[in-house]
Design a protein around this ligand. Sequence first.
Ligand SMILES: Nc1ncnc2c1ncn2[C@@H]1O[C@H](COP(=O)(O)OP(=O)(O)OP(=O)(O)O)[C@@H](O)[C@H]1O
Length: 682
Amino acid sequence: MDAGGTAQLRRREMAAAISGAGRCRLSKVGAGRRPPPARVRVAVRLRPFVDGTAAAGEPPCVRGLDSCSLEIANWRNHQETLKYQFDAFYGERSSQQDVYAGSVQPILRHLLEGQNASVLAYGPTGAGKTHTMLGSPEQPGVIPRALMDLLQLTREEGGEGRPWALSVTMSYLEIYQEKVLDLLDPASGDLVIREDCRGNILIPGLTQKPITSFADFERHFLPASRNRTVGATRLNQRSSRSHAVLLVKVDQRERLAPFRQREGKLYLIDLAGSEDNRRTGNKGLRLKESGAINSSLFVLGKVVDALNQGLPRVPYRDSKLTRLLQDSLGGSAHSILIANIAPERRFYLDTVSALNFAARSKEVINRPFTNESLQLRVLAPIKLSQKELVGPSEAKRARGPEEEEIGSPEPTAAPASASQKLSPLQKLSSMDPAVLERLLSLDRLLGSQGSQGTHGLNTPRRERMVLMKTMEEKDLEIERLKMKQKELEAKVLAQEAVDPKDKENSSPAVLRPLARRTVTVAQPLKKAVVMPLQLIQEQAASPNAEIHILKKKGRKRKLESLDASEPEEKAEDCWELQISPELLAHGRQKILDLLNEGSARDLRSLQRIGQKKAQLIVGWRELHGPFSQVTAPRGWPGMGGGRGEARQPPPSSPAPSYRCCPARWRTWNAWRAYPGSRWSHS
Ligand SMILES: Nc1ncnc2c1ncn2[C@@H]1O[C@H](COP(=O)(O)OP(=O)(O)OP(=O)(O)O)[C@@H](O)[C@H]1O
């Protein structure tokens, strides 16, 4: 590709990103991964002569060259022809089946992948758009053929035993004089076109009919078609005065976890024909209609040009038609434009104009992606956001009884019960929806970075491993807690056995912990085990040494402010310790040993001894020899033999009085029980 070509492609890609495609991508499966481009495909269909013009010996102004190209006389130079190449060219002898099978049928499969597709019939008035899209009972067009195939496909893919349950709904509307009218409910009036936060175009209040068979479709579609506005003009006895849009939605719900949901939309659009009112002879209402048709087609041309030129603003909002086609042109759909042209000379200028539009359209790049989310039942917040999106009143209006029926969860998709042994994937269904959504986004993110997806969740293998591990850990934790609860219950029962009063007052087993807590406050005595930090290990080895009795005198007042210098009264209402003198002596000895023999690192294990103090102690020890004893600070309660006894370190001691920091003891009581809160040098 040359430099100009590259620049043009980049411009077009930029335009695609600026348009709806970029916005949609952020909120859909595949977020983070730029969907591959899909050019709008363009086919041209030349209708045969009608009204006996061929019999009059008039030669056609258009001639097919092969299955993809055609030529038309150059009106500026009669010696030359203008050649056009498209994705397909269907000549005047082509059948409805040729057009359908060659251009439309191949895109239907995308709907089952949760992607959107659009088929647009474009061309001047009387060129055969309605014939191509609708046809007649003898020669059914694209719409009946597509519906028949799609319903067949969904029956096959959504049958019992298949992973997805499928349902199809249809809506049918026309844009008449810039009004959006519901052909299935003509009384509904002009509807608004909205865009949701994900970039989806939607019409709140538009009727959706569920269809399961072709008969269902005909039952709704045929009467609705009669509601479409048609009128006679000089060029077409039954000229469409509006753009008709048939919207077919294929909803898919996964039957197993993680209960994903996909939605594919198919737009089948029969555009009104562009009209040269000098030739149509339109007046009055027809002229007004014609003005609306022409202006919306003019905006359609501007949209295509803006996309091709990579302009920052694509004027989708300038007409209802282009607003609705936002998905189909420069958006997220697999789109096919069928340009209908007529062979008669009187259509020559319209034909050239239609061919030029078709040629420009085939440069438009779409970025189709899979529209996938978690089922509303699993992701409750999504339901809310949709309500917020259209507003409560509109949401109510938009949700007809039939639509509610469609939105109801699949009965087959029942989550596994917690008591069952679940597989990791099944476990996902019982997870917090927010967590599940985050996991899926993580999966998408990793997928976009080139990770190999797996089947099932489409999750990279390592993520799934992590997930499974986390779940196993959670299971273990639950088991541990259960065991602990059993132990506690056993303890309570044992205590009740020795304490008949408690038993009398006790309520049923589940309430026991609460009841016991209340009783504890009223008890005058409480036994507790207190352990100086450094003695924990030793104590574990000799459990007999750990017997200390705490007497509760009242409520303690202010733990943090307790200091050696504070008078004893301040700590009244506190627990009082009675500690065996042997343990106190033993503790002191341990501290002394550490002070005399421990390295700077060992010393740092003592409370309030940091790196600096530890080094000073080691230095001091080297200069002056070992320390002789450790004593309790003055005025400390419950210190047994050391109570009130203060042995100050020598005046030249580099280390200030050594005290324990209560916060660093296992319990505050332990701090109070600690015997060696000062040290002194011999
Ligand atoms: N391929 C075809 N074979 C036979 N007849 C055709 C074909 N295409 C169109 N016709 C006939 O041409 C006439 C005009 O076609 P049609 O109404 O489909 O045009 P149109 O483009 O929809 O016009 P308008 O925009 O005014 O609605 C109809 O009588 C239709 O039966």
